[in-house]
Design a binder for this molecule. Structure first.
Ligand code: GLN
Length: 478
């Protein structure tokens, strides 16, 4: 460990301003630490010092601050592999909008982080580049699919990392690694340069140790981008301004009763969530039970919609346009060999499922019903926000589990999305914040969910919680 391993962006900025340390020093330290903790399998590639420094502006709100980018977000002239053999050598010719905005503000992009292949997974176990370990317990998963981004920040490789969240992939690993993970309103952050998984659900999110740092990164990457037609016409906003340490006067928090009473919810997570509510009460919030009946159907709806969209999106990887090509006797054989050898098992299963649920005769049974559930959850959330400002729900049903636990139980793995996928179906923002530890020292998280474009309120509330608690200050012994 070095002096700055677990520093927040705020602390690093002060150290840089006081000239205690320089940007090149921080790059050296980041690269050394990544090398030392290679065993985590959190990082697919670190870049060389010269190019890291050359890529970033020397001024701006993140000048001199190292960070990581999930390997499904394009960085110009770097490989973007989605942790898949099919894109193993694919080099991006442009920066994702989020990446170019970060570079313009001086961020030092140290490398690309490991992930579940094409962001399909909840545990970091489906990568073609090895399974990521949880920094709190190497025998356990860090959560997924932004497994490497979460493990990198939790292990003190950097103070922040970008991830993507289609059904929970930022919040769930954040919870399992003791971090803050924010999934914004659908369309708040440009998806230009994010390799698509489920286009109606995909968002770019951020992992940090503090809510303050998270708000700072969103202040940079949020806001309209004409390169993404689904990007909302919002102006960039400085979300740090609202972080007073207090909560909004008269804040009404709804506790999703169907969530907290869900069978299968780990009792320690349940208790930590109820304890967190007490902290908000002590700061003046009122707590209201809210029922969201469609919650129990959301994981199934997400399953169908995400697979259908994945099957369409991944059709473009055919050996002709991007990445790996495995030669064949004719065009069809080339397609078959390329896709067969290029994609891993999880991805192939999902493509098959997606095509199945979209096929004639099945679409009305699966796809149309999934959309009915989606409309229901949107409506229920909207109605809930008529009577409360924010909703609270667990992020995960179980703490970090041992690698391989669900190898023979795919359904149990898919149910990891139970509490997070409803948020993507509704398109609303949610943050996962650390709320405690199990008796055997595994981090626990909880979601604060708000209506569309309520990021400011979510950050303000989460930040106020972190002023009263110190869960986010604990670090693994590495
Ligand atoms: N676990 C979910 C899935 O495998 C979510 C993934 C994500 O958000 N990218 O689809």
């Amino acid at each position: 460990m070095n002096k700055y391993s677990f520093s927040t962006i705020e602390v690093l900025k002060n150290a840089l301003a006081a000239k205690e340390v320089s940007a090149p020093n921080l790059v050296d330290l980041a690269l050394e630490r990544a090398k030392k903790l290679e065993v985590l399998c959190a990082v697919i590639e670190t870049f060389d010092k010269e190019s890291i420094l050359k890529d970033a502006s020397q001024t701006g709100r993140l000048a001199g601050i190292p960070g990581y980018i999930k390997d499904n977000i394009c960085q110009k002239d770097r490989i973007t592999s989605c942790a898949s053999n099919i894109l193993r050598d694919f080099r991006s010719t442009y920066d994702a909008t989020a990446v170019s905005r970060l570079k313009k503000e001086g961020a030092l992009l140290i490398g690309r982080t490991n992930m579940d292949e094409f962001a399909m997974g909840s545990s970091g176990e489906t990568s073609a580049f090895g399974k990521t370990k949880n920094p709190w317990d190497f025998e356990c998963v860090p959560g997924g699919s932004s497994s490497g981004s979460a493990a990198a920040v939790a292990a003190g490789l950097a103070s922040w990392a970008l991830g993507s969240d289609t059904g929970g992939s930022v919040r769930q690993p954040a919870a399992m690694c003791g971090l803050v993970g924010m999934k914004p309103t659908y369309g708040l952050v440009s998806r230009f340069g994010l390799i698509a998984y489920g286009s109606s659900l995909d968002t770019i999110g951020v992992l940090t140790r503090t809510v303050y740092d998270n708000a700072l990164i969103f202040s940079i990457i949020g806001g309209h981008d004409e390169k993404d037609s689904t990007c909302l016409k919002t102006e960039p906003k400085d979300y740090t301004k609202a972080l007073t340490g207090q909560i909004k006067k008269g804040l009404r928090i709804g506790i999703v009763q169907d969530g907290i009473d869900a069978k299968g919810l780990n009792p320690e997570i349940r208790q930590a969530t109820l304890d967190a509510l007490k902290v908000f009460e002590s700061k003046g919030a009122t707590i209201h039970p809210i029922s969201i009946k469609s919650l129990e159907y959301c994981a199934a709806s997400y399953f169908v919609i995400s697979r259908a969209e994945a099957a369409s999106n991944l059709a473009r990887f055919d050996g002709v346009r991007y990445g790996t090509r495995v030669p064949g006797k004719n065009l069809l054989e080339m397609y078959e060999k390329t896709r067969c050898q290029g994609f891993g098992q999880e991805v192939k299963t999902r493509i098959l499922m997606g095509n199945y649920v979209l096929s004639v005769g099945h679409a009305s049974q699966f796809y149309d019903n999934a959309h009915r559930v989606r409309r229901a959850i949107r409506k229920e959330m909207q109605d809930a926000f008529d009577s409360v400002d924010l909703l609270v729900m667990p992020t995960h049903s179980v703490p970090a589990f041992k690698t391989g636990t669900y190898d023979n139980d795919k359904l149990a793995m898919d149910l990891q999305d139970y509490f997070t996928a409803p948020v993507n179906l509704a398109g609303v923002p949610a943050i996962s914040i650390p709320i405690g530890f199990t008796k055997d020292n595994k981090p626990l998280g909880m979601q604060l969910i708000g209506p569309h474009l309520s990021e400011e309120l979510i950050f303000q509330t989460g930040h106020a919680y972190q002023q009263e608690t110190n869960w986010h200050m604990r670090t693994p012994n590495l």
